[in-house]
Ligand binder design. Structure first.
Ligand SMILES: Nc1ncnc2c1ncn2[C@@H]1O[C@H](COP(=O)(O)OP(=O)(O)OP(=O)(O)O)[C@@H](O)[C@H]1O
Length: 547
């Protein structure tokens, strides 16, 4: 009898790769073993991490740029600890510190919130994309640092994904986990919204996931996502932090001074040279994030007793020791970017910018596929599959004597992009919204069948780190319940709204907790996609076995 049907504990690994943080740990435990930033510094094959960054002085035509992009080498290493100090910092004199050829990367695309990579095309990795390399390295990092002696090939792996993740990306993810360096024995992809419901002891509910790159509202009915009701606002904690940065610069006690300095510059008496823009900006965002997490930068304007507490000017100390007093109207405005109709104009601007970016993804994918002789293979999304060169390269690296298997199909990032076009179009037209959060919750439920609506609104599940916004633990749940109730009582006075959310420490890993519960159930064993099934049916099995 296979271990997957015997009911024995399998010590499955549960992993959530979000735009802000990756959470990874053993199923059955009550907190992830590792919680680390997904926004990493990455280095490509052949780049010397200690060499200073070479500045190119020659100007290249856009055609050359395109070629350059297409020849990007695969990412080989990631650095997770670079926020407050330059990466190549071995020299004793801070003036010589630099970031070498490291660049900032995130496996999650900021525009869609998906593991999607619109620009990169690694020729040498058989057409794979950056997110593919990063996902692999990210999971390996989790194993190395926090999962003691666990080896990826010995543990089934439950990975959570966004509810609107398109089938071609799911297939490609499955390939990444079974092939390459990871060689998992069994895999399951679960929807984060369904898992958040499980974590709150429900199988039906409207899940509000307030994440870093955006906020998603997903109706889940009896364990299945109701896709037609999914709403996503591009306003997440990142947008709030950008707004807090402006506030901190504006209210810095030395008025008309340059923007405040991040920690890495203050620590060394400003002798550290200013880092390249993305690193410098991230270091400043880190300060803004601290300001938000302390409950100073953003506050929810509830009508409960919390108001009195929130209505004072709140002091925040910058890395250089100066204190900034942030008035309540600014703190409320930051949270209202997502929560209330006051900030509708700003939200419209953000959504418009995202729509433009998405349209450019779709146009690029269309243009690329017009020139692509191979596209006929991928007119059906289920055909997206293994990259022969990549599989050969990785397998040879781990066991040189093994024969390289023949590819089932040939995959490239360009072809994956083409397969994703219809799903991106749906995301653009149906999911993306500029509504405030309470309206998103009502709309999501109203798009479902009438007989499902009372249950969906009676179980609003709050998940994600953004749901921890202050000034009190209950600020977001109370605010949401009051507003949603007011809205629905205009049409259906008898309906009750209940907002469920775990305590503040568990809220930011709510979906992970649901995965931990699911992965430890004996009855879940037969759900895994085993390696034998993957080898027999190929990547398309993910769409059949993981609903
Ligand atoms: N106690 C807290 N108070 C305020 N914010 C918090 C707290 N804890 C975490 N956060 C914020 O939550 C955010 C991360 O949330 P989460 O882990 O849900 O994001 P993610 O899942 O990685 O992102 P996404 O859902 O966009 O992929 C961070 O911006 C972090 O600052």
């Amino acid at each position: 009898m296979s271990i997957f049907s015997s009911g024995d504990p399998l010590n499955a690994i549960v992993c959530d790769v979000g735009q802000y943080a990756t959470k990874i740990g053993f199923a059955g435990e009550d907190y992830p073993r590792a919680y680390f930033r997904s926004n990493v510094a990455a280095i490509r094959e052949g780049d010397d991490p200690n060499a200073p960054k070479t500045k190119t002085t020659t100007t290249t035509s856009s055609n050359d740029d395109q070629k350059q992009k297409e020849k990007r080498r695969p990412i080989v290493d990631l650095n997770y600890d670079y926020y407050n100090r330059p990466i190549c910092s071995r020299a004793s004199d801070p003036k010589e510190w630099h970031d070498g050829n490291w660049e900032t990367q995130n496996p999650v695309d900021a525009t869609t919130g998906l593991w999607y990579d619109p620009h990169s095309y690694n020729e040498s990795s058989g057409g794979g994309a950056d997110w593919y390399d990063q996902l692999e390295l990210m999971v390996q990092h989790g194993y190395k640092t926090s999962l003691a002696n666990a080896q990826p090939e010995n543990h089934p792996f439950l990975l959570m994904e966004k509810s609107y993740n398109p089938p071609p990306i799911r297939q490609q993810t499955l390939e990444c986990l079974f092939e390459g360096a990871l060689q998992m024995p069994a895999v399951f992809l679960a929807k984060d919204a369904t898992l958040a419901c499980y974590a709150c002891g429900r199988t039906t509910g409207t899940v509000v996931d307030m994440g870093y790159g955006g906020t998603t509202v997903t109706p889940v009915y009896e364990g299945y996502v109701e896709t037609k009701g999914i709403h996503r606002s591009p306003v997440g904690m990142l947008e709030m932090d950008e707004r807090i940065l402006q506030t901190l610069d504006h209210f810095g006690s030395k008025q008309k001074q340059p923007p405040f300095l991040p920690l890495y510059q203050v620590k060394h008496n400003k002798s550290t040279p200013r880092r390249a823009d993305p690193f410098h900006h991230l270091a400043r965002l880190y300060v803004a994030q601290g300001c938000r997490e302390e409950g100073v930068g953003a506050a929810v304007d509830t009508t409960s007793t919390a108001v009195a507490f929130a209505a004072r000017n709140a002091p925040f100390t910058l890395p250089d020791g100066q204190t900034v007093n942030i008035p309540p109207n600014h703190r409320f405005a930051v949270a209202n970017l997502l929560l209330d109709k006051d900030e509708q104009e700003r939200r419209d601007e953000i959504v418009e910018a995202r729509k433009k970016k998405l349209s450019s993804y779709i146009n690029d994918a269309n243009a690329n596929s017009d020139n692509d002789k191979e596209t006929k293979v991928f007119t059906d999304a289920s055909a997206v599959g293994i990259s022969s060169t990549r599989r050969g390269r990785k397998r040879q690296a781990s066991s040189p004597k093994k024969e390289t298997p023949q590819p089932k199909t040939s995959f490239s990032n360009r072809l994956l992009q083409k397969a994703c076009i219809p799903y991106l179009q749906t995301y653009l037209e149906e999911h993306l919204t500029a509504s405030p959060l309470p309206a998103m919750v009502c709309d999501a439920a109203y798009r479902c069948d009438r007989d499902q609506q009372p249950q969906l609104l009676g179980n609003v599940v709050l998940a994600g780190g953004g749901a921890c916004l202050g000034p009190t633990e209950q600020a977001v749940p109370d605010f949401l319940r009051e507003k949603v109730e007011t809205m629905i009582h205009a049409h259906t006075p008898g309906w009750r709204v209940k907002v469920l959310s775990p305590g503040i420490t568990e809220r930011k890993v709510c979906s992970w907790l649901g995965g931990s519960i699911l992965g430890s159930l004996g009855t879940f064993h037969e759900m895994w996609i085993t390696r034998a099934e993957y080898e027999e049916y190929g990547t398309a099995i993910v769409n059949r076995k993981c609903p």
